[in-house]
Design a protein around this ligand. Sequence first.
Ligand SMILES: Cc1cc2nc3c(=O)[nH]c(=O)nc-3n(C[C@H](O)[C@H](O)[C@H](O)COP(=O)(O)OP(=O)(O)OC[C@H]3O[C@@H](n4cnc5c(N)ncnc54)[C@H](O)[C@@H]3O)c2cc1C
Length: 432
Amino acid sequence: MSRLDDLAHALAGLGTRLHDQRLVARPRDVEEVAACVRAANGAKCSVSVVGGNHSGYGQTGDLVLEMSNFTEMQREGSCLRVGGGVTLEPLALFAQAQGLAAPLGTAPTVGLGLVLQGGVGHLTRSRGMSVDSVRALQLVTCTGRVVEVSGDEEPELFAGAKGCAPNFGVVVSLTLEAAPFRLCASARRVFPASGAALRTYMAWAASLPNDCSADCCLYFRDESALPGEGDLLMGVYDFNFDAGASGEVPLEKVLWQTSRESLGPKELMAHEPYLLEQPEGICKTGCLSTRSFFVRACFVRKDADIADVLVECLEQAPSRHCFVHFQHTGGAVAQSSGVFAAAEWSVVISGAWEEKTEAAAAAVRAWVLGIVQRLLPSSSGTYATDLGPQDVALAKHSFEPQRLERLLDLKRKWDPENMFRHGFPLAQLGED
Ligand SMILES: Cc1cc2nc3c(=O)[nH]c(=O)nc-3n(C[C@H](O)[C@H](O)[C@H](O)COP(=O)(O)OP(=O)(O)OC[C@H]3O[C@@H](n4cnc5c(N)ncnc54)[C@H](O)[C@@H]3O)c2cc1C
């Protein structure tokens, strides 16, 4: 019998199914999660977890655990305790109904993989990354043990595993600090893109106070949606969480603008200049159904001299659906727990392609990775959340050396056989 047969036999009562040489289970409670992991341990099988399913890595273990039954949410004082299968929009709506908001990402269908591994969104500059608001986890470790992890219980694992938690087990529930939220004022302005315009945006955005943030997106004009001139555009979206005014990026040639509107926590999602202008409705579905994506991101410092390079790279992009998004961080990130080294932006390089050919995919991947290489010297590292087993070279730049050593010690202690090996390649970083 193969290991998978052994595992299927051990999990016979749990309604598992075989798909693509993998066993897929949808546990209903923490005991079933523990039973699945114990059985995988006994059969020497790897385990991966599907949360919001935006990375693809969750689908690749010998045993795939789908967390869609873990969507419960409750308020506990100033915190929200949520199940390991919750996605961001229901979470933001639940918080909003309590008059609260937690710092989350900008796409509504993304799941807790974002919160466990970083989490950059429009509240990041004022409140830190999502991972900085995590107060406790309920984790099933590789032996099937259920562990409560917080500043009081298993504090070493709690502090150390931030930003890398999927490497240590299955998160059954998570407690997230939230805070009262006033409406935020927001407006979008679109300019012709150039190195000089991007430099002006960068200098202006870096000077904003912490309760304001401003994202910028370099993208190609979509003829069906945007009137105006110029092919490569620069959309700047500013968010003001205080009563004062953030002002506007000092550029005169505006192609298009929206009037200032008030946004609640839920509306803070799906506000990205490029995505808003796509006719396929990503803002409703969270993904573009007809395109494939390849994305990598770097944390870029405020003094980075990258404006001309980026515009030049975009002008040579292999597809009109390639774009670069500056997600504004800085502010509170620099003052918080420091999971990732402080930087002014998470610069997200996205390549999308429509033709379902390996050549199209390879061209886009090479373009994205080429930009990352050019940004690395001006960055404080790569963003771990996008990285998988094939990304060892990039993963070396995700955590500062001291933090990486600590993560590796924890990995040896809590997952010595590397059962949870299908996302960020932590164990491989210790093999050199
Ligand atoms: C359209 C789109 C928009 C995005 N926008 C943002 C953004 O605004 N800000 C940002 O910071 N990032 C963003 N990302 C990146 C995103 O944070 C990562 O892709 C993240 O890993 C996705 O998490 P998920 O739960 O949706 O995906 P999954 O593929 O389900 O999970 C990602 C990883 O986390 C693990 N995981 C998920 N849930 C659990 C759990 N309960 N227990 C243990 N491990 C778990 C999985 O095993 C996998 O390794 C975006 C990605 C996409 C595709």
